[in-house]
Ligand binder design. Structure first.
Ligand SMILES: NC(=O)c1ccc[n+]([C@@H]2O[C@H](COP(=O)([O-])OP(=O)(O)OC[C@H]3O[C@@H](n4cnc5c(N)ncnc54)[C@H](O)[C@@H]3O)[C@@H](O)[C@H]2O)c1
Length: 436
C-alpha cells in the first residue's frame, strides 16, 4: 500500500516508520522544515528508543521517505493518515483545537486523485471525520474518498513495541471499501492475531477519549488512596499489589506519583468533558479525576515545603527527572512544569537533571533553574532531592555518595522507586507517595 502520513511528530513518525516496516511505502510529511531536514540527514527530532535504527533501515530499503511537500504522495496514495497535533484550544476552554486537522485537510483535498481513504489517526472529538469529509467535498468536489477513524494507543517510550504488538486496533469505517484498505494496511498484524475492533466512525473517535479518561481516572484513584495511606500509615505499594493482582482490576496504572501529565491525558480528559457538555451530559467521574490530578501536584509542593521545615527560601533542591515519564523527551504538561515554578517562586534554588528532557525543559520552565550534567552534580550541596521521573538511571543511585554530597538529607521519592528502609539506612529522611 502507498501511505502518506501528515504530521511527523511522536505519533506520525513512529506510525509511518512502523507501516514501512510492515512493507508499505510511506511518505512522511511535515510542514516543519527543520524537522524534515533533520530526518533527511538521518537525525531523529524526538527521543524514542529504537526509532533511529528503524527509520534508517526503512529509508535504506526504500520504503520510507520524508518531505515537506505532500502533493506527489497524496495524489498516488491509497491512504492519507492525519497525525497532526490536537492540543487544548488556546482559548483555555478545554476544547480540542482542530486548526491543524482542518488546515491539513484543505492541503490534501486539492491533491487527491483516484480513490483515497483519509484516516484520522490524531485524537479528535466526535464528529471531526464529518467535518473532514465536508472540507474535502467543498474544496475538491470531484475527489473520490472515504474518511475513517483509526485512533492511536501507543505510549511514548514504548511506542514501537506498542505499535508493532498492539492489544487491539480500532477502525471506524462506514464503507466496505475503506474497511478493506485499513485491513490491508494492518494485515501484517494478523499473523500475531491482533484483534481488529471495527466500529462506526463516531464510536472510534470516542473510544480513544474514553480509554485515556479511564487510565487517567485509575491514576487519580490510586493517588487519592495513596494520600489516605499517608494519613493512616499504610503502604500503597503493597496495597496496589493487593488490588492489582485481581484480574478485574489489573496492576497497570496503579502507581501513585505527582499526578499524570504528558501530551494526552490532560488535554484528552478536558476535551472529553466538553464533548459530553455539548450533549447536555456531564462526566462526573472524569471531572473528579481531573480535579484530583490538579490537587495532587499542589499537594506535592506542600509535601516538599513541609519536609524543608515550612519554607523553601534559601534551600537547594535537586530534581531528578523532568519529563512526564521516562524514555521520552516530551515535556508537555509534565508535573515538573507545575511543581518546579511553585518552589522557585518561594525562593528555592533548583538544580535539575534529566537524561533527555533538558533542552525542551529550558523552553517551558522559568529562568533560574540550574541544569546539571548528571544526578550527582544536581545533588551537590542540596538540602533535598526529589525523584520526579523514574528514569532507569535513577533507580540505582549511589546513595552513600549522594549523602556525602548533600547539605541536608531529605529524599523525596515521588515515584516510589526506592524501599523506604533502604534509603533511611543510608542516613536520609524518606518520603514517598503513600508510603508512610
Ligand atoms: N504523543 C502521544 O503519545 C500520542 C499517543 C496517541 C495519540 N496521540 C495523538 O496523536 C496526535 C499527534 O500527536 P503528537 O504527539 O504526534 O503531536 P506532535 O506535536 O509531536 O506532532 C504533530 C506534527 O504535525 C505537524 N503538522 C501540523 N500541521 C501540519 C500540516 N498541515 N502538514 C504537515 N504537518 C503538520 C507538526 O509540525 C508536528 O510535527 C494528537 O492528536 C495526539 O493526541 C498522541
Amino acid at each position: 500500500m502507498k501511505i502518506t502520513m501528515i504530521g511527523t511528530g511522536y505519533v506520525g513518525l513512529v506510525t509511518g516508520t512502523c507501516f514501512a516496516e510492515f512493507g508499505h511505502h510511506v511518505t512522511c510529511v511535515d510542514k516543519d522544515k527543520t524537522k524534515i531536514d533533520k530526518l533527511l540527514q538521518g537525525d531523529i527530532p524526538i527521543y524514542e528508543p529504537g526509532l533511529k535504527r528503524l527509520v534508517a533501515k526503512n529509508c535504506k530499503e526504500g520504503r520510507l521517505r520524508f518531505t515537506t511537500d505532500l502533493s506527489d504522495s497524496v495524489a498516488s496514495g491509497d491512504a492519507v493518515f492525519l497525525a497532526v497535533g490536537t492540543p487544548t484550544s488556546r482559548r483555555g476552554d478545554g476544547y480540542a483545537d482542530l486548526t491543524y486537522i482542518y488546515e491539513a485537510t484543505k492541503e490534501i483535498a486539492t491533491e487527491l486523485k483516484g480513490y483515497t481513504v483519509i484516516v484520522d489517526k490524531s485524537t479528535v472529538p466526535v464528529g471531526t471525520a464529518d467535518q473532514v469529509a465536508r472540507i474535502i467535498r467543498e474544496t475538491n468536489p470531484a475527489a473520490e474518498f472515504d474518511v475513517a477513524s483509526n485512533p492511536e494507543f501507543l505510549r511514548e517510550g514504548a511506542a514501537i513495541s506498542d505499535f508493532m504488538r498492539p492489544d487491539r486496533v480500532v477502525i471506524g469505517v462506514e464503507t466496505t471499501r475503506a474497511e478493506e484498505v485499513l485491513r490491508e494496511i494492518y494485515k501484517p498484524l494478523y499473523l500475531q492475531e491482533t484483534p481488529i475492533v471495527k466500529t462506526d466512525i463516531k464510536t472510534a473517535e470516542l473510544t480513544k477519549y474514553a480509554a485515556n479518561a479511564f487510565l487517567a481516572t485509575k491514576i487519580s484513584y490510586i493517588n487519592e488512596i495513596a494520600l489516605l495511606c499517608d494519613s493512616i500509615g499504610a503502604d500503597v505499594v503493597s496495597l496496589a499489589k493487593g488490588i492489582g493482582m485481581d484480574g478485574r482490576i489489573g496492576g497497570k496504572f496503579l502507581h501513585p506519583g505527582p499526578g499524570y501529565g504528558g501530551s494526552c491525558f490532560p488535554k484528552d480528559t478536558m476535551a472529553l468533558m466538553r464533548i459530553a457538555q455539548e450533549q447536555g451530559q456531564s462526566l462526573r467521574i472524569v471531572e473528579a479525576a481531573v480535579e484530583v490530578n490538579g490537587a495532587q501536584k499542589a499537594k506535592m509542593v506542600k509535601k516538599v515545603r513541609d519536609i524543608l521545615g515550612g519554607q523553601e527560601a534559601g534551600k537547594t533542591i535537586a530534581v531528578l527527572g523532568l519529563t512526564f515519564k521516562p524514555e521520552t523527551d516530551d515535556m508537555r504538561d509534565a508535573p515538573a512544569i507545575t511543581i518546579l515554578p511553585a518552589l522557585l517562586e518561594k525562593g528555592a534554588v533548583i538544580k535539575a537533571h534529566d537524561p533527555q528532557g533538558m533542552d525542551e525543559a529550558k523552553h517551558l520552565l522559568p529562568n533560574g533553574i540550574i541544569y546539571t550534567d548528571n544526578a550527582y552534580e544536581a545533588c551537590t550541596d542540596a538540602d533535598a532531592v526529589i525523584l520526579m521521573t523514574e528514569w532507569n538511571q535513577y533507580r540505582a543511585l549511589d546513595l552513600e555518595k549522594i549523602h556525602t554530597l548533600m547539605r541536608s538529607h531529605h529524599f523525596i521519592d515521588l515515584r516510589n522507586v526506592y524501599e523506604p528502609g533502604h534509603v533511611r539506612e543510608k542516613g536520609f529522611t524518606y518520603s514517598g507517595v503513600g508510603r508512610s
